[in-house]
Write a protein that binds this ligand. Structure first.
Ligand code: SAM
Length: 230
């Protein structure tokens, strides 16, 4: 998968994909990520990407020209002529809320372009040049870069061949509309708190049953909204 990021702070991405799953995916040739400096598409001396909002008000708004020129150049074609498997995503708190289903859908893409806003956001007209608008949650952060990092990480985990069998996604939270069961490791007793006996029993059928019940109970108590009616 190819992922491009359009940002005024490409340097923020220098280290962040050198760890964990993204690094593994890059090393295995399954992921190629590039962060592009939006200022490369400015035409003014000061490489200015923002202007005061029409109608007044606080803060600055990102100008449409560098964003749309950047999107076109990175894609290598008109942003309005997207082919199957290509997604261009504007990161905005006003977008569709990211969840595991959205991540699964994105993971089927061949190519994703993530467009990061700053300041008070972008000129409204940029919206016509992307396929999607995504929010990472109902809160406002100061720039789209961290939202882009979240998406790259979450999508990378689902690229075939990134997670080994031992890291199987089957039981993971939000897969199959469940939270994962509780996990324990050594020592068997910590500050008087015991690991459930069944996990030490070596009986895999009992362990599977216990985990299934725990996942169900945990989802019911913490996230009943995930449970689909039968
Ligand atoms: N004034 C905008 C509003 O009220 O909708 C918020 C602008 S925010 C300070 C600046 C940039 O951060 C946005 O353009 C967007 O790219 C990014 N951003 C902020 N919150 C986000 C969220 N929840 N999800 C995705 N991107 C977000």
């Amino acid at each position: 998968m190819k992922i491009d990021i359009l940002t005024i702070f490409p340097e923020l991405f220098e280290e962040c994909f050198s760890f964990g799953m993204p690094r593994l995916a890059i090393e295995r040739g399954l992921l190629n990520v590039d962060a592009h400096d939006l200022r490369a598409w400015t035409k003014n001396k000061h490489k200015q990407v923002d202007e005061e909002p029409y109608g007044g008000g606080p803060g600055m708004v990102m100008k449409p020209e560098p964003l749309v020129d950047g999107i076109s150049d990175i894609l290598g074609h008109s942003p309005t002529l997207m082919s199957k498997g290509e997604r261009s995503i504007l990161l905005t708190p006003q977008g569709k809320r990211l969840d595991q289903r959205v991540v699964e859908d994105l993971s089927l893409s061949k190519r994703i372009l993530l467009v990061c806003g700053r300041y008070e956001g972008m000129d409204e007209r940029v919206r016509s040049y992307v396929t999607d608008e995504i929010s990472i949650g109902d809160y406002v952060i100061s720039g789209g870069e961290m939202a882009a990092m979240v998406i790259v990480d979450a999508v990378t985990r689902l690229i075939e061949g990134v997670l080994g069998e031992k890291d199987s996604l089957i039981d993971e939270s939000f897969i199959n509309d469940r939270l994962e069961y509780p996990q324990y490791t050594r020592p068997p007793v910590f500050n008087g708190d015991y690991v459930p006996q069944v996990l030490l029993s070596g009986n895999h059928q009992d362990i599977d049953e216990w985990r299934k019940n725990q996942a169900k109970a945990r989802t019911k108590s913490r996230r009943p909204d995930l449970i689909k009616p039968d």
